[in-house]
Design a protein around this ligand. Sequence first.
Ligand code: ADP
Length: 476
Amino acid sequence: MTKHSGYVAGAWIGEAVTDRITVRNPATGAPLGDIPRLGAAETRRAIEAAAAALSEESSLDQRRTWLETIAEMLLKRRDALAATITAEQGKPTRESLAEVDYSAGFFRYFATELHHLEDRTLPGEIRSCRWVVRHRPAGVVGLIAPWNFPLAMLCKKLSAALAAGCAVVAKPAELTPLSAIALFEILHELRLPAGLVNLVMGDAPAIGQVMCEDARVRIVSFTGSTDVGRRLSVQAAPHLKRLSLELGGNAPFIVLRDADLQRAAEALMTNKFRAAGQTCVCANRIYVAREVVGAFVELLRPRVESLVVGNGALPTTDIGPLINKAAFAKVMRQVRHAMSLGATRVVGSDAVPPEHDWGCFFPPTLLQGVRAEMEICQQETFGPVIAISAFDDEESVLKEANATEYGLAAYLFTNDPQKARRYAARLHCGHVGINTGQGPTPEAPFGGVKHSGFGREGGVEGLLEFTETQTSATAS
Ligand code: ADP
């Protein structure tokens, strides 16, 4: 296990810090190493280094080379990075490999889109001036990432920030910092200008507070819980600081009577069980037309029963552990609450298999007869549980689907393109999958509405998120 952890002004920091946080493998509970509890002082140093690195603006060609090289290096270390992701996050190796590819995809994508940052001269002479619109780097940006995609969530933000010409202070989740450290080892080898990229970790509230309060940080880009997002909003408000928040979700997955049920079942299995159900775009509330709900459950039953739960490092594993015991307890509470109010458990059990004594392996579960008042509908589940409700008509299902403070993703299955358009227009969310459970991709903007946050990642919108528009008028 590597000793270094933080990275400031082109050098590793934190080796000598004695107050340390143990990082554990969620499959076994085994310690993987420890990280220093860095805080406000180190964050200020990182911001200072980042601000200094911005004294010279990088050219678009320079940025393109950095982005392309980072993508190549990520792919060169694909297996080692995937092993680190699986060890600290728990997901099966094939998902970790896909996460490395996805991460590299963001760097590659932004390398091809830098022309959007070129100066735009307005045609003709306006008010006796020549007008030019420039997309300037926003400045120093703070990036705070969660534990469910320990590499990809950071790469999404970092790629766009570097493409836009910003300098970065990044903070991974303390539960999964090792992938971020591995990423910074690559950045270190690349010899980027000192201070352009910095890494801090440890005391999350202290680090977040400095990012919000220090005037040199122009944007804080955060992915995580709605509670922390709200807290950052409050802290940033007096400083009029721009925020980009990708927060929780509670995605409806609607299957209409005319849908291809087989296709919907396959899409749901892939979407729902990715990262053991711990993604913000995982389908959370499954609404199926009453006429076909029985048939749909029967399509799902054997598929859920056949899922292999285990250590993500084993090639046979479909579903790894939840991130920790608290996550396990929360999901079990939601399942029990639903059952106490009348839901039927079609697949699943209370028992934790004895060989999995660390206690984070949640049995894949299929619930039927779920209703809006159950916790499992009201909260984000973040676990491998399919919760099915039957619905009777368009109005009632759309009303229920939208009856949540969240608005990140929604999915709709129907063979009628007109209905698809009509439903999609009425769903309050940032991402709609039609006859697919597909989540975000580097090429398309992704983000939420309502309490799922604001701002976009990916796509040209995700690049412009890290810029300031400057307009210059030159007298002719
Ligand atoms: P989750 O519930 O998915 O763990 P969190 O919102 O707690 O999500 O964590 C997402 C990220 O936010 C992590 O990097 C975590 O360390 C960080 N974080 C937690 N609390 C704060 C805070 N008060 N200020 C800034 N970042 C925080």
